[in-house]
Write a protein that binds this ligand. Structure first.
Ligand SMILES: [Zn+2]
Ligand SMILES: [Zn+2]
Length: 112
């Protein structure tokens, strides 16, 4: 069988539609499950949970530039709150840990 470009396109489109359909069904199922479990837990849980997930997302970001992932640990206080750039900057300036003001003796690579 010869796969003409038109045929290939058609097949791709069909696969794509199938995938989208499957995604939609999955999303609907997830939403239903979420709605049920949240109603069971507490009615006002949705906004709290959303805030929590937003907070945990921002927890992953450097608290200084709020752009890069946190990737440095300050020793001795142990806070992981800065990306490589900001940690290097703090250390170069001789600034203390922005979380607890403990002087930074060393900056250690952190793997989250
Ligand atoms: Zn940063
Ligand atoms: Zn600290």
């Amino acid at each position: 069988m010869v796969m003409t470009p038109a045929r290939v396109r058609q097949q791709r489109q069909k696969q794509l539609q199938n995938k989208q359909l499957a995604n939609q069904q999955r999303q609907a199922a997830t939403l239903r499950a979420n709605a049920e479990s949240e109603e069971a837990a507490e009615p006002s849980g949705t906004s709290i949970r959303q805030a929590e997930s937003a907070a945990s997302q921002s927890l992953q970001l450097c608290s200084i530039c709020l752009e890069n992932q946190k990737e440095r640990l300050f020793f001795p206080c142990g806070h992981v709150c800065a990306c490589g750039d900001c940690a290097a900057l703090l250390q170069a300036q001789g600034s203390p840990c922005p979380m607890c003001r403990t002087p930074i003796e060393r900056v250690i690579n952190a793997f989250l």
